[in-house]
Design a protein around this ligand. Structure first.
Ligand code: APR
Ligand code: PHB
Length: 390
């Protein structure tokens, strides 16, 4: 089997890149380790920057997004009993974000690829990348028990943090940067109306909490938990009780609770691999970087990586011009590091760190107090939250 671009991973990055390339006649094959059902069962963040919405729309998956996505022009930050609205539209001169679950983004991309005849092999086993430092790279794997070789011109490693692509790069050719946070996020989904029509980031003395949503009848809530916590230690009642204790009383008392139908704990880390290109292998999305979910940047960084790589591959295949392809890693990393910084800053400012020295604790409290009192600090927060330019 041969194709022009072999894409490893059918998450948002792989599916979006595959669709954009397919739509301009560049051949792709996507190899996905998991089953389609498993891919569609994943619950991830749900805040899309306008650049992400524009890119998804250009890939032909803007229909449901524009019909069902919720436009948000602001969000709240709360303390123990104070509430501060961050007016994104005012602070950014009219920009906003769209709340639309990543699960829906993935479903829309899966449907679009099927409708347009794109080839995706789910449950592809033992994917291995070969000779990507040559002009004739290839990928091997097992599909339905058969050994398969896919010759290609380029490989796009869209296989996430735990994928095979980054691991295929020789250790002396890659540099990684990592910070692991001493806490996690315990998240639930429940079919109850959200407590507010906008997101609420709670920086409470008991710990961080986040009130989000998937629709007007489906809520997504998180509380900061210990890094080693198990979901078995958290009943729904315990979750709701702790969540409400971390919100100002006037908000907590209006919260509608109910049974969770999804509950999970996510670790928080910041991670970047440099560079993002190795010969004719390109790392994209979570394969190259991870951010704590506080700033909702994971999916949006995958989108901007796809934008830069798509521009480069289009230049190569359609214009025989490699300058954007050669610039991919530098362009992507410039935006990645700014989002990694913002996600680290927002996480550090809003969470409570166990065993933190008193001086550092005061500095972080002051960081939040200054940010909420300063128009220019809020403008900086807002311009990063809605997404820096591509
Ligand atoms: N072979 C084939 N596929 C693989 C392999 C492998 N060896 N390893 C992982 N995969 C698949 C995973 O099953 C997953 O479907 O690659 C896909 C990677 O998707 P994501 O992890 O969602 O990464 P990405 O597409 O970059 O999207 C980033 O997803 O995880 C969230 O928070 C993250 O919002 C961000 C977004
Ligand atoms: C979510 O809705 O899952 C969500 C929203 C905002 C965040 C993180 C997660 O910062």
């Amino acid at each position: 089997m041969s194709t022009q671009v072999c894409i490893i991973g059918a998450g948002p990055a792989g599916l979006l890149l595959g669709q954009l390339l397919h739509d301009i006649g560049i051949g792709t094959v996507i190899l996905e380790r998991a089953s389609l059902d498993h891919v569609l069962s994943r619950v991830r963040a749900g805040v899309l920057e306008q650049g992400t919405v524009k890119l998804l729309t250009s890939a032909g998956v803007g229909g449901r997004l524009h019909a069902e996505g919720l436009v948000h022009e602001g969000f709240a930050i709360t303390g123990d009993d104070d509430i501060h609205r961050i007016d994104l539209a005012h602070l950014t001169g009219g920009k906003w974000v769209t709340v639309y679950g990543q699960t829906e983004v993935t479903r829309d991309l899966v449907d679009r690829r099927a409708d347009t005849g794109g080839v995706t092999h789910y449950e592809a086993e033992s994917v291995e990348l070969h000779e990507f430092d040559s002009d004739t790279p290839y990928v091997t794997c097992r599909i339905e028990g058969e050994e398969v070789r896919i010759d290609c011109r380029f490989i796009a490693g869209c296989d996430g943090f735990h994928g095979a692509s980054r691991r295929s790069v020789p250790e002396d050719a890659i540099r990684t940067f990592e910070k692991v946070y001493p806490f996690g996020w315990l998240g639930i989904l429940a079919d109850v109306p959200p407590v507010s029509h906008e997101l609420i980031y709670a920086s409470h003395s008991r710990g961080f909490a986040l009130c989000s949503m998937r629709s007007k009848i489906r809520s997504r809530y998180y509380i900061q938990c210990n890094a080693g916590d198990s979901i078995d230690a958290w009943s729904d009642t315990q979750f709701w009780t702790e969540l409400r204790r971390r919100l100002p009383p006037e908000i907590a008392e209006t919260m509608i609770t109910g049974p969770s139908f999804e509950k999970s704990i996510a670790p928080l880390r910041s991670f970047v691999a440099e560079p993002m290109r190795f010969g004719n292998l390109f790392l994209v999305g979570d394969a190259a970087h991870i951010v704590p979910p506080t700033g909702a940047k994971g999916l949006n960084l995958a989108a901007s990586d796809v934008h830069y790589l798509f521009e480069g591959l289009r230049g190569h295949f359609l214009e025989r011009d490699n300058h954007l392809l050669d610039a991919y890693s530098a362009r992507a990393l410039d935006r990645v590091w700014k989002a990694v910084r913002f996600s680290w800053w927002m996480t550090t400012m809003l969470h409570r760190f166990p065993e933190q020295a008193p001086f550092e604790a005061r500095i972080l409290e002051t960081e939040l107090a200054y940010t909420l009192q300063s128009e220019s600090a809020k403008m900086s927060l807002a311009e990063n939250y809605v997404g820096l330019p591509y």
